[in-house]
Design a protein around this ligand. Structure first.
Ligand code: ADP
Length: 499
């Protein structure tokens, strides 16, 4: 079976969050299942730097609209994954965040950039393609690639789609909404401008178009798949998702155990140290090294809590900011790495100033420090208001750093409370500072009982979060898809969005 996996991020080269990690690991896991996988991503500057010799294999151009002619280049990663790069310098040959400009604003040409990515994927999987390889399934990810099924449906001039489409929702909060005139710029016909097309409250929504037209939908945890069928978690698309619920499945993300493994993590070079569930001594060394790196008091006697996150309302870190001052008066250290809302950044920086040696805050994106926090902390805090899957709570369990999470989405599906049989985390329900605070105090109490803490750590470290399970579930989805009629056979009148 041939799979074209289309994404706007791929770790380690271009990553703003979980999507980058997933796009690197899942295709490899699918390949290990025996599938023939190509990953289509934009040729960002970081990818050019890594693969300067990528060779041109096609030069698609598109009629109508303003999508530019581009080329598709092929390269192979050191892990043996075939990457197809969409090369259009003006759109993608830049440093930094793939969506934002240097001032932190959305790039003004995002609709055209990701419209181009989607259009190229639709071209590759249609009779127009000049490539010899054509996918059975196009696996799309988030709004940036959600127009693939829309282009499929509206391909014209005798061009036919040859593949089925599956769209994975990694986060419904990002929908790709643009002004109405974008439709003609993208070369989409007037027929798409309908309640059962891409129109969304007078604007054009990439994600809505994909949710409407993809043959199958998945999201990244079973709990999130249930939550998004209703508002407010449906983010305005709950009605449509409810309508398509038979096509929607929740498949938990895995974690890349080659990248996130405390036994072989290259970011844990001295003064950090490798460790395993059997030999936890290296973890103590990691704690001291982290305290030293961050200017915290170097002591094993105070529990160290880690946070690595986008600083946004979604992640619930305002709950931590509100309770941290009181908590930091108890014996506790906090190490936070993240960036995002200025108010939250300022609140945490103020705490770091107020509690030197107890609270360290680093604003920015730092892969090495993220690994070192996972290894050096005792506890990991993730109080998300909603969380499609979340990766850090899985990384932290693998690193013996017990997670404190709110019971939502993927956090609910991957963390069991220590009070339950086989549990090894700390879970709270209400999105309030006091619920977080009480649970944190409960976790600190558990930390003081060293023998049972080690039992919990070992239990956490031995949990299986590998991608293999997810790759099998996706393979089943692909197989089912190939046996059922395409969504494009369903009359449009039945595919109605309710909003
Ligand atoms: P989301 O995708 O919603 O941001 P996830 O938990 O699914 O959240 O994935 C976040 C990923 O991004 C993890 O790999 C995490 O370590 C990483 N990450 C988030 N913020 C930072 C940061 N400031 N520096 C380094 N890595 C980060």
């Amino acid at each position: 079976m041939k799979i074209l996996f289309v994404s706007s991020e791929i770790a380690p080269w271009v990553k703003t969050g979980g999507l980058g990690d997933v796009s690197a690991a899942l295709p490899l896991a699918l390949k290990a299942q025996g599938l023939d996988v190509r990953v289509l991503v934009p040729a960002y500057r970081a990818l050019w730097a890594a693969f300067p010799d990528a060779t041109e294999i096609a030069r698609p151009h598109f009629l109508g609209g303003q999508l530019p002619t581009c080329s598709v280049r092929e390269t192979i990663t050191p892990e043996g994954l075939t990457l197809w790069l969409v090369d259009h310098a003006q759109s993608f040959d830049h440093d930094g965040n793939p969506y934002l400009d240097a001032t932190g604003q959305n790039r003004s040409d995002n609709a055209l950039r990701f419209g181009l990515l989607s259009r190229v994927a639709a071209w590759i999987s249609s009779t127009a393609s000049t490539l010899r390889w054509q996918p059975d399934i196009v696996h799309c990810n988030d709004w940036q690639t959600a127009l693939v099924p829309v282009f499929h449906r509206y391909l014209s001039a005798g061009i036919r789609p040859l593949s089925r489409t599956l769209l994975t929702i990694h986060n419904l909060a990002f929908q790709g909404i643009f002004p109405a005139y974008t439709r003609s710029e993208l070369g989409l016909p007037e027929a798409v401008w309908a309640i059962d097309g891409v129109e969304f409250y007078g604007a054009l929504s990439f994600l809505k178009g994909g949710l409407q037209h993809a043959d199958a939908l998945t999201t990244v945890s079973p709990s999130y798949a249930d939550e998004i069928l209703t508002e407010p978690q449906g983010m305005g698309l709950g009605g449509l998702l409810h309508y398509r619920k038979d096509a929607l499945t929740g498949i938990l993300n895995g974690l890349d155990t080659t990248v996130w493994n405390p036994e072989s993590d290259p970011y844990l070079e001295p003064p950090f140290a490798a460790y395993s569930a059997r030999r936890l001594t290296g973890k103590k060394q990691c704690k001291a090294a982290l305290q030293s790196r961050l200017g915290l008091d170097i002591t094993p006697k105070v529990p160290l809590c880690g946070v690595i996150s986008r600083l946004t309302e979604q992640k619930g870190l305002d709950l931590l900011a509100s309770s941290a001052r009181e908590l930091l008066h108890t014996p506790l250290q906090l190490a936070l790495l993240g960036s995002g809302d200025a108010t939250l950044e300022n609140a945490f920086c103020a705490l770091a100033e107020e509690f030197p040696g107890r609270c360290a805050v680093r604003i920015g994106f730092d892969e090495a420090l993220a690994h070192q926090i996972e290894a050096g902390a005792d506890l990991f805090i993730m109080p998300s208001r909603f969380e499609p899957c979340g990766l850090n709570q899985m990384y932290s369990q693998r690193y013996g750093t017990l997670p404190i999470v709110r019971s939502t989405g993927g956090l609910r599906d991957t963390v069991r409370d220590a009070l339950e049989p086989d549990g090894c985390g700390f879970v709270f329900e209400a999105p309030t500072p006091s619920a977080l605070q009480q649970t944190l105090l409960r976790a600190l109490e558990a930390w003081r009982d060293k023998p049972s803490w080690r039992t919990l750590q070992k239990r956490a470290m031995r949990r299986d979060f590998s991608w293999r399970t997810a790759a099998k579930r996706y393979t089943e989805q692909y197989e089912n898809l190939l046996q059922s009629p395409p969504t494009s056979d369903i009359p449009l009148s039945r595919a109605v969005a309710r909003h």
